[in-house]
Design a binder for this molecule. Sequence first.
Ligand code: RB5
Length: 140
Amino acid sequence: MKKIIIASDHGGYNLKNKIINYINKKGLDVEDYGCYSTESCDYPIYAKLVADEVSKGKVKGILVCGTGIGMSIAANRINGVRASHCTDTFSARMTRMHNDSNILCLGERITGEGLAFDIVDVWLNTEFEGGRHQKRIDMI
Ligand code: RB5
């Protein structure tokens, strides 16, 4: 079974829980790395928890904060992580096809749940094209 790991800060907590339910209904295994309430907390802690695991190459991750931006900045500091902040499905598709994105970042204060679910679907179901794009990733 395909496994996804997910985390948020307080700003992304509600959207994260909705995404967990959504992905679970699709029969995928989702592991929640926190946070576990809307109490204020620090997004870099949760970005690093997920990014460290994703950098091992076995699972993909989803990170949610208020904007999705802080999570993407923090996650991209970890070697081997290609975290993509997406607010539309075109970007979600292209970042899988061309960047082999391994972490999707979403912003609860930006993207409504309907669009967020579509973005998650596209991102999860689009394959990396490889070829010339692998060469470019190797240059990062
Ligand atoms: C928290 O208020 C907010 O700063 C955080 O969720 C995120 O948007 C940071 O980029």
